[in-house]
Design a protein around this ligand. Structure first.
Ligand code: NAP
Length: 324
């Protein structure tokens, strides 16, 4: 919980029945359903409109796109579909919330007050980093968590990727377009990724896997020149020369804003009631990756966005029926 910025005045501020925070598959689907239910939702997009899918390439597993679709293109489709039914989509970030009473109070971009009868949280998740000092120092100078965004800057160089899940497979495969070689570094002797993605990696001549290996430092003065590795089996250390280092070790939910207000699990995922999107505060609903640490797919996020809008609609209808 943080204090509202000085000077933000809620007297006469804009009021909306439904405010949706976040614009990934969950947020836009919630917006589509809420708009079609005549709830005139406003979507505050967050600093990465479209969410994580805007930083991926091919999406092959979203039903309905039989030939696959590029992530950014798919999110444009989501946005257009929500806007078509009147969702009011605004670029900005919700920086403060007060859920102590209804009307809920929110501040956008540190300065614009907004009140809401219902809030739908669809803030998603962000890439995790290893937490090494030099990883942070060299972020944007050879360290990246997004091959799609940054891969092309590393044409003709050897690159490294850390991680063993689908993200690491996807990043490694994508980077083969630019790299002379991709070294995939994984801390165990088995990958977590889906079998089909694993096989593509195993089959790719440009990718080498270093098993049972952890990254203990990122090397380089002005930009990345290599990584220092340690075997988890022998403890031996050695340096690997690379021009870029891609971190693909999973994500953390973007829920810090709600700390102190909403119930979360130990990893910061918002807790919702079983088979619903209700949080511990009536009138605040959560969907998508901010609340789901199990499935984390675009299609499941979209599904839970739909659920949140339906839950919100029924909640509002019940409130109205109660107040006569
Ligand atoms: P993930 O499945 O959680 O995998 C994270 C990987 O990073 C694991 O292999 C983990 O190792 C490793 N890791 C975690 N912390 C680490 C650390 N501190 N140091 C070294 N390694 C570390 O995350 P994800 O790959 O981002 O995938 C998330 C979800 O999105 C999954 O459900 C995935 O299927 C889905 N996804 C799907 C696609 C697709 O279908 N095209 C693409 C991307 C993601 P351990 O295995 O040892 O735990």
């Amino acid at each position: 919980m943080s204090e509202f910025p000085a000077g933000v005045d809620f007297a006469g501020s804009e009021h909306r029945r439904v405010v949706i925070i976040g614009s990934g598959p969950a947020g836009y689907t919630a917006a589509l359903y809420a708009a079609r239910a005549s709830l005139a939702p406003v979507v505050i997009t967050g600093i990465e409109p479209g969410g994580q899918l805007t930083t991926t390439t091919d999406v092959e597993n979203y039903p309905g796109y039989a030939d696959g679709v590029m992530g950014p293109e798919m999110m444009e489709d989501f946005q257009r579909q929500a806007a078509r039914f009147g969702a009011d989509i605004r670029f900005g970030a919700v920086t403060h919330v007060d859920f102590s009473e209804r009307l809920f109070r929110l501040v956008v971009d540190e300065e614009t007050p907004l009140t809401a009868d219902v809030v739908i949280i669809a803030t998603g998740a962000s890439a995790k980093y290893l937490g090494l000092e030099n990883e942070k120092r060299l972020l944007g100078r050879g360290v990246s968590a997004c091959a799609t965004c940054d891969g092309a800057f590393f044409r003709g160089l050897p690159l490294a990727v850390v991680g063993g899940g689908d993200s690491a497979m996807e990043e490694s495969l994508f980077l083969t377009r630019f790299a002379t070689k991709v070294t995939l570094i994984h801390r165990r002797d088995a990958l977590r990724a889906s079998k089909i993605m694993q096989q593509r990696v195993f089959d790719h001549e440009k990718i080498e896997i270093l098993w049972n290996t952890v990254v203990i430092d990122v090397l380089g003065g002005g930009e990345v020149t290599g990584v220092r590795l340690r075997s988890t089996v022998t403890g031996e250390e050695h340096d690997l020369a690379v021009g870029g280092f891609f971190v693909a070790i999973g994500h953390k939910p973007n829920t810090a804003l709600f700390s102190g207000w909403l119930e979360m699990d130990s990893q910061g995922y918002l807790v919702t009631e079983p088979r619903s999107t209700y949080t511990n505060i009536p009138g605040v609903f959560a969907c998508g990756d901010a609340q789901d640490h199990v499935y984390r797919q675009a299609v499941t996020a979209a599904g839970s966005g739909c659920m949140a809008a339906i839950d919100a609609e029924r909640f509002l209808a019940a409130q109205e029926a109660e107040s006569g």
